[in-house]
Design a protein around this ligand. Structure first.
Ligand code: MG
Length: 164
């Protein structure tokens, strides 16, 4: 693997850990707002991001590269409404999609076919992540501040059992 590719993949390791941290902060905020089901969902979302980090770091090791960790920025810790939490989540996933696409461009330039192949899974993953957040937001925008609707919505998110 070229140094350019390795550096770019290491930056993504950090971006995935930062996503983990952001979703943990969102889970804490949802919990404090009384949305227990949504907090559970978001905590699994954080676990999923940690899994993404592990996939990136394992790939770097598999191709005999070295993983080097950097600091993680302090995340936002409170949002005005539950809608704002998921709006921020969608906006965040869009920035991650751009980063993944940029990595694919680097892999192509570096003629790194194994990295390109590895990254394809994340191109697909990002489409799914954006759809997931967009669908949740659509529901929340229909419910607005209807308390019965919010209660049902929160129970629904509480049923998430896996990171995928
Ligand atoms: Mg991710």
């Amino acid at each position: 693997m070229t140094k350019k590719m390795q550096d770019a993949l290491n930056i993504q390791c950090n971006a995935e850990l930062e996503s983990f941290y952001i979703y943990l902060a969102m889970a804490n905020d949802l919990e404090s707002k009384g949305y227990k089901g949504s907090a559970h969902w978001m905590s699994l979302q954080a676990d999923e991001e940690y899994d993404h980090y592990k996939q990136f770091s394992s790939f770097i090791s598999d191709v005999e590269g070295s993983v080097s960790l950097e600091g993680i920025n302090k995340p936002t810790t409170t949002w005005a409404t539950i809608q704002d939490v998921f709006e921020s989540g969608l906006a965040h996933e869009k920035t991650i999609s751009k980063k993944i696409n940029a990595l694919v461009s680097i892999a192509k330039l570096e003629k790194d076919y194994s990295a390109e192949n590895f990254l394809q899974g994340f191109v697909t993953e990002q489409v799914e992540e954006e759809v997931t957040f967009r669908d949740i937001l659509t529901e929340l925008n229909m419910i607005k501040d209807n308390s019965a609707g919010l209660l049902m919505f929160d129970k629904g998110l509480g049923n998430r059992s896996q990171i995928k």
